[in-house]
Ligand binder design. Structure first.
Ligand code: BMA
Length: 321
């Protein structure tokens, strides 16, 4: 397995997660057409890494682009968006695509994204090589966002987190889980986790949504997610974590009361949408006890944060709601 990107915790930091010293690692104009590149997903691939990137163009049309990297930090992103071929359906309508997640399951890389089909819903596609992509049935009716697959079947079925929403800048949102035998039909919908009461943990009191692909640990699934507070200046997005039961992931065992990482650096606080930390991917190495999270910053650039996997799990248990 390739080495995941890593930097040690700075000596002057006591935080459970810390930022890459070269953040933002992907700038807004990394390809000629882009207004902004953010909320993007990466996976180990070949002897390096591959990814699916959200690049909004200068007409501010949202689309997803494939990219490749030897080290997970320096990326070559294709200049043309992904063109989907028909996968398990001929119906591959898409007014826009944004906020991708990527995961390897069994024999291929699955991609989920927010797909424009009479409003936002969850698009699903797959690829074997990040050259040819196949689009499948949408998972749900509109409106829905933040569709995140688990990296393995649970009790024999594919499992996906999602966040039912509205057609705009949704002022509510809780995380649900759904199951599918075949990546076509989704059901057995269960509520996983709701936004918190304001007085308990206000950073996540308006809405929440799953982020990277959940990571299986000895304490259950580590689910990194974003939480939102509505302020007099609009939404503020920060990142937290929860531990879900391994076999019944609608059961939340622990959930961070404080955030793990919130908008504090200039590239998180200033951009097209200020004060957004929006995690969409994570690389981890259990043996080395390393976690590297990719997050969109201020809806403009891609940044990265690190943590020790065991410390993030322990922090989640010790600081649980
Ligand atoms: C959400 C999505 C994300 C975005 C966030 C903050 O509703 O549109 O893509 O990062 O808002 O603007």
């Amino acid at each position: 397995m390739q080495n995941i990107p890593w930097q040690d915790r700075p000596e002057d930091s006591n935080d459970v997660m810390w930022r890459h010293s070269n953040n933002p690692i992907i700038k807004r104009d990394a390809i000629p057409s882009s207004n902004s590149i953010f909320n993007s997903a990466v996976v180990p691939f070949g002897d390096g890494f591959a990814g699916v990137f959200r690049c909004d163009n200068k007409a501010v049309q949202m689309n997803i682009f494939a990219g490749f990297s030897k080290d997970g930090v320096n990326w070559d992103i294709n200049h043309e968006p992904i063109e989907m071929k028909a996968g398990n359906t001929e119906m591959i309508d898409s007014d826009y695509k944004y906020d991708p997640r990527v995961v390897f399951i069994e024999d291929r890389y699955w991609i989920t994204w927010c797909n424009g089909y009479h409003g936002p819903t969850i698009g699903i596609g797959y690829t074997f090589d990040f050259k040819e992509f196949f689009q499948c049935e949408n998972a749900f009716l509109p409106f829905n966002r933040n569709g995140v697959l688990f990296p393995q079947k649970i009790n024999g079925k594919y499992a996906m987190l999602s966040r039912p929403s509205d057609n705009g800048h949704t002022p509510f949102g809780d995380i649900y889980i759904s199951y599918s035998p075949d990546m076509v039909y989704w059901g057995e919908h269960r509520c996983v986790m709701k936004a918190t009461p304001f007085e308990d943990s206000a950073w996540q009191c308006t809405k929440i949504g799953a982020g990277p692909i959940p990571i299986l640990t000895d304490d259950g699934w580590l689910m990194i997610y974003h939480g939102v507070i509505n302020t007099c200046n609009g939404f503020r997005y920060a990142m937290g974590a929860a531990l879900l039961d391994e076999n019944a992931p609608d059961q939340v065992k622990y959930r961070t009361q404080p955030y793990l990482l919130g908008p504090a650096e200039i590239y998180e606080q200033v951009g097209d949408v200020p004060n957004v930390v929006f995690p969409c991917a994570a690389l981890h190495d259990v043996k080395e006890d390393k976690l590297a999270v990719y997050y969109g910053a201020a809806d403009t650039v891609v940044a990265m944060a690190f943590g020790k996997l065991s410390e993030v799990v322990q922090f989640t248990k010790d600081n649980s709601l």
